[in-house]
Ligand binder design. Structure first.
Ligand SMILES: *Cc1c(COP(=O)(O)O)cnc(C)c1O
Length: 372
């Protein structure tokens, strides 16, 4: 035994499995014993439970969050090449999906306090006379993008509103859960998300019956009836083993989010007088703290100090999409520039954040950050 203390991970999907091990093992065994290994009752049950939880009429289970975005965009029936506005400060999947759907991304700047789409940037883009067919609002780190401003703007300009809820399972704005506000919403169940599977998974939510029918066709070869493709589709079905695990975890989601909020409250108190910028909470909504992101010009030094203390941190994300090799110099950008996105990428740091993070470990993170 060395004197070095156990290291603290930034995320811990194994801890989430251990917390519900018996129920998860039983759910997986149920699928294996059922002989039904593609779609079927387990996926349908999860879809109904998740739609009810979010407050939406339909949920369609798919293979990943990226695929959710791709078929959501395709289901909207936008003409090929239509401009879709979103942010550069997001998981690359948001932007990759736009191109995979045959559409054209327009990357806009963020609000420096909430790190979500700046309504002023969207307004500027609409004013510039560009025809924008859809807007993807990313609810980054666990709280809502400014939909109170973005939704009316999109509506006024005839653009569809897509919610990227990959980081906001269970968060609210006003009296509604995120994912029930726009025309269509996309979730990822990647293992470290607030609602995480034991592999890849995703879902698209919509209230419109016609959209739901199209989504179900698109995820399975465009079939309206078996072996007959009514439209060109793909294969991106939510796996029933993942659906069974997700049903167990969905029942626990509110408690898991409450624990994340408790960790965030500890960080808020402990780091209040350090000069670090702490996460801003949008009023009128709840934050489910997919990430607890602090900000400081001395980010790299702080990160190195925490690392030496055995504390893992991550940067979400280190390079804005418009500066990554695959996109640089090639995608359409905010006419006002992306200064806030580029500054944020240099200064942000995601501290350890997961429901099972103990009070003692949170105290260790706070002490190490203060010492730095
Ligand atoms: C995780 C994530 C995605 C992609 O989800 P995958 O399931 O990994 O394909 C999309 N958007 C955001 C904001 C994400 O965080």
């Amino acid at each position: 035994m060395t004197s070095r203390r156990k290291s603290i991970p930034q995320a811990a999907p194994l801890a989430a499995y251990r917390a519900a091990r018996t129920r998860i093992d039983r759910a997986v065994a149920r699928v294996l014993a059922s002989g039904r290994y593609v779609l079927g009752p387990e996926v349908e049950a999860f879809e109904q439970e998740f739609a009810a939880y979010i407050g939406c009429r339909h949920a369609v289970g798919v293979g990943s969050g990226t695929d959710a975005l791709v078929i959501a965009l395709r289901a909207l029936g936008l003409p090929p090449g239509t401009v879709v506005a979103t942010v550069s400060h997001t998981a690359v999947a948001t932007v990759a999906a736009i191109e995979l759907a045959g559409l054209t991304p327009l990357l806009l700047d963020i609000d420096p306090k909430t790190y979500t789409l700046a309504p002023a940037a969207l307004e500027r883009a609409f004013r510039s006379g560009q025809s924008i067919g859809a807007v993807i609002a990313v609810h980054l780190y666990g709280q809502a993008a400014d939909l109170d401003a973005i939704a009316p703007l999109a509506r006024r300009h005839g653009a569809k509103l897509i919610e990227d809820c990959a980081q906001s399972h269970g968060a609210t704005l006003g009296s509604r859960r995120l994912g029930s506000i726009g025309d269509i919403a996309c979730f990822s169940f990647y293992p470290t998300k607030n609602l995480g599977a034991v592999g890849d998974g995703g879902a698209v939510l919509a209230n419109d019956d016609g959209l739901a029918v199209r989504l179900r066709e698109l995820r399975e070869y465009g079939w309206r009836e078996r072996y007959i493709s009514a439209i060109p589709g793909m294969n991106t079905r939510l796996d029933p083993i993942q659906a069974a695990v997700l049903r167990v975890k969905l029942a626990w989601l509110d408690r898991a989010n409450a624990r994340r909020a408790a960790v965030a409250a500890r960080y808020d108190r402990g780091l209040a007088k350090t000069g670090l910028s702490l996460p801003a909470r949008r009023s009128g909504g709840t934050h489910v703290f997919h990430q607890y992101v602090i900000r400081t010009p001395q980010r790299d030094a702080l990160r190195a100090t925490l690392d030496r203390a055995g504390i893992s941190t991550t940067i979400h994300y280190p390079v804005p999409v418009h500066l990554q090799p695959a996109y640089r110099g090639r995608v359409a950008l905010d006419p006002g520039g992306l200064g806030e996105s580029e500054r944020a990428a240099r200064e942000i740091l995601s501290l350890p954040m997961f429901p099972e993070l103990s009070a003692a470990d949170a105290a260790r993170v706070i002490a190490a950050a203060k010492a730095a």
